[in-house]
Design a protein around this ligand. Structure first.
Ligand SMILES: N=CN[C@@H](CCC(=O)O)C(=O)O
Ligand SMILES: [Zn+2]
Length: 412
């Protein structure tokens, strides 16, 4: 099946060759072709170029994309899409003055979602999660990472990871699974948190690895959750099973988690709302991708990750949603882009690079996704008629997407 798009106003993120990641001032450059054609053959990007040079192509279908833009789908490298129920009562409690921390301390927060998850049958968790996945694909997301972490028992964590596996089997987009057993201390372990970490390391992790249910290991490295020492112990244990770290660090406090992550060759360090100079230093020269989650900052009214400080230090940056019931009940990457521009002062070019190529790096799918490159998977967005690509983050809250294509097929 050959699908040809003609008269495209602008084709974005065009890379002749695969680029691993984009750092520092390079992030301001977004390669594009104006007045372009774009050929998809089956599930792959076959060719592209400028309209005046369009060769004679025997296409099965031709789409006139006049006034419209084509760009690679967003890659969302940090989500908690698999969960049960919601936490809108906590949202109301926060409006009435309680903080996220106060809600967590009285047994709400992650523990609240863990209770609901444990009580909800696996198939029901699957149905609720699949609904969210379908919703975000329609919003232009063509790859997601999904974490466990609302089980907090062996049974609960395995249940979540099995749901992720079922999503992997039933959906065509790349889905990466992350084991986040060390997300919070269950209340039964309040007096003995070390015993819970022991359970995660000695019981659940080996089981997860044996059943090959996760590729990555995550931990909430934060005051009141897991210390840097806990993080080191968990990441060392996970390494033996071949699980690479992608970790939650520096959300509320800078306690040295970034350095620990880099020392363990973490694929990414995520959140970074609170960032000190030594954290930036730790990231210099590392292969670890910093990941910002601006819709979490919006929802919790916490600081935004200092993108300028990160990028101006020559580092790369990726953007993700953090879709979860407590801190970010939204999986809309388009909103993430707008927030990155409006609140973090990223240029539209930087934001698009962060949500495509760098995001693909943060989930190790860069060879097949994240750019318009011949041979890569045909996961792309066709916009409505819009004046320019800057309109995408500018018109926040407007859905500028006309169609989404996954593996060359239009998402219905
Ligand atoms: N910070 C840790 N975990 C999630 C929030 C979890 C929750 O509140 O349910 C996050 O990334 O924001
Ligand atoms: Zn998260």
């Amino acid at each position: 099946m050959k699908l040809l798009f003609t008269n495209i106003k602008e084709l974005l993120q065009v890379r002749e060759h695969h680029v691993e990641k984009i750092s520092g001032s390079e992030m301001k450059k977004l390669p594009t072709i104006k007045n372009a054609w774009f050929l998809v053959e089956d599930d792959r990007i076959a060719d592209f170029g400028e309209m005046p040079n369009l060769p004679n192509i025997d296409a099965d279908k031709i789409v006139d994309a006049s006034g419209k833009i084509i760009l690679p789908c967003w890659c969302d490298s940090h989500t908690h899409i698999v969960y049960a129920g919601n936490r809108e009562q906590e949202f109301a409690d926060r409006i009435n003055g309680l903080s996220y921390e106060e809600i967590a301390n009285r047994g709400g927060g992650i523990l609240n979602s863990a209770k609901t998850l444990q009580e909800t049958p696996e198939d029901e968790v699957y149905q609720q999660s699949a609904k969210r996945l379908k919703e975000v694909i329609k919003l232009g997301t063509g790859a997601v990472e999904i974490k466990s972490g609302y089980g907090l028992t062996e049974e609960g964590e395995m249940k979540m990871l099995r749901v992720i596996r079922k999503l992997q089997e039933n959906y065509e987009i790349p889905i990466k699974a992350t084991f986040l057993g060390a997300h919070a201390i269950p209340k039964e372990y309040k007096e003995n948190p070390a015993a819970y970490l022991g359970l995660v390391i000695n019981e659940i992790l080996p089981n997860v690895a044996e059943q090959n249910l996760a590729e990555y290991i995550d931990v909430f490295c934060e005051k009141g959750y897991f210390s840097v020492e806990d993080t080191n112990n968990l990441l060392s244990a996970a390494k033996k099973y071949g699980l690479k770290p992608k970790i939650h660090v520096n959300q509320f406090n800078a306690i040295g988690g970034i350095k620990a992550g880099v020392e363990h060759n973490a694929l990414s360090v995520d959140h970074l709302e609170v960032l000190e100079d030594e954290d930036i230093e730790a990231l210099q020269g590392a292969s670890t991708m910093p990941v910002a989650l601006p819709s979490c900052s919006l929802f919790l009214s916490i600081p935004y990750t200092p993108a300028r400080k990160i990028i101006d230090a020559g580092l790369p940056l990726a953007l993700a949603t953090d879709f979860n019931p407590g801190s970010t009940p939204s999986g809309n990457m388009n909103l993430v882009l707008s927030l990155a521009c409006i609140k973090m002062k990223m240029t539209p070019e930087e934001a698009i690079n962060a949500a495509t190529i760098n995001a693909a790096y943060a989930m190790e799918i860069g060879k097949t996704h994240g750019s318009i490159t011949k041979g890569k998977k045909a996961n792309f967005i066709l916009t409505k008629e819009i004046p320019s690509y800057t309109f995408l983050p500018y018109a926040f809250g407007t859905n500028s997407i006309e169609k989404v294509f996954i593996n060359g097929k239009e998402v219905q």
